[in-house]
Write a protein that binds this ligand. Structure first.
Ligand SMILES: O=C(O)/C=C/C(=O)/C=C/C=C(\O)C(=O)O
Length: 287
């Protein structure tokens, strides 16, 4: 498959996983046929999915010969819904392990966005032999910020949107999601709203989850030194969801990490600065 044939519908797949306490149907997109596999893990916003988060980033990797798998985490998009009362980062890591076993894939590189970054770090700690390189973007660990009161304004708007999924609340969240809002079209808002409203069970279960455990994403700082994978940390300087000093904490703790900070960039570096982001990712993965 070349990138010409990359549509959501053409790459859409389902799989049943039974892993640990999880017995779930998961949805994923399977793109390209390379031997080397890159998994992309999306963020935790309402209506997020692998395809919604990474649609600007798949084609360059497929054209460079990678197989790219976009996992919809449990509780998002077309995957089964779930209430998570413990660590959602670990739950997603377990789901990814189940997916890789079901697809008979031994080792992957992971690109994680926000919650996807937290989940990628959980995967690195639990299944180090299954991981090649790690790219963490706007996420990687929970925990406090030195400079920004928690929850951040972005997370407050995100949780408000889960509780009241209206177009106005969606626009209020997206307004501080990116640095430059001029690229946010009515079409994008509508697609995101449709995704959200298609799965009210996901919205309700997310709210139940944060009521049961407000700290869905644990602080992995004390364990970062155990991760030997080569890691590229990418952050938006104006990220109003997960503040950039989280990125500094990551590079302080991860022994093989480097950091790139995009200026004029919010929480979605892979989308706002897609061309440069894609070049950096390819360079990092191939050298
Ligand atoms: O609370 C956290 O640390 C993580 C928050 C997120 O994962 C937010 C992500 C939002 C998106 O990436 C989205 O596409 O909605």
């Amino acid at each position: 498959m070349t990138s010409q044939h990359l549509t959501e519908a053409a790459t859409s797949r389902f799989v049943r996983i039974r892993e640990g306490e999880l017995d779930l149907q998961l949805h994923y997109n399977d793109c390209g046929q390379g031997e080397r596999v890159v998994v992309m893990l999306h963020g935790s916003g309402p209506g997020a999915s692998g395809w919604a988060n990474f649609n600007r980033n798949v084609a360059p990797l497929v054209d460079a010969g990678f197989r790219v798998i976009l996992l919809d985490c449990p509780g998002w998009s077309k995957s089964d819904s779930i209430v998570c009362e413990g660590s959602r980062s670990d739950l997603n890591a377990t789901a990814l392990k189940g997916l890789l076993d079901a697809l008979d894939i031994e080792r992957v590189d992971i690109i994680g966005n926000s919650m996807g970054g937290h989940s990628a770090v959980a995967f690195a700690l639990r299944y180090p032999a299954r991981l090649g390189k790690l790219i963490l973007m706007g996420g990687g660990t929970g925990g406090a910020s030195l400079f920004t009161p928690m929850p951040t304004e972005g997370i407050k708007r995100l949780q408000g949107l889960y509780r009241a999924p209206t177009i106005d609340n969606l626009k209020a969240m997206m307004d501080i999601f990116v640095y430059d809002t001029s690229d946010l079209t009515e079409e994008l808002f509508q697609a995101r709203l449709d995704n959200m409203l298609a799965r009210r069970d996901h919205l309700e279960n997310f709210v139940k989850s944060i009521e049961a455990n407000p700290r869905q994403f644990p602080d992995f700082s004390p364990r970062l030194g155990e991760i030997t994978a080569e890691t590229l940390v990418i952050w938006g300087r104006q990220d109003r969801f997960v503040p950039m000093d989280t990125g500094l904490r990551l590079v302080a703790g991860l022994p093989n990490a480097e950091l790139h900070l995009f200026n004029r960039c919010g929480h979605w570096a892979q989308w706002e600065h897609a061309d440069k982001f894609n070049r950096m990712v390819l360079d990092f993965l191939t050298h």
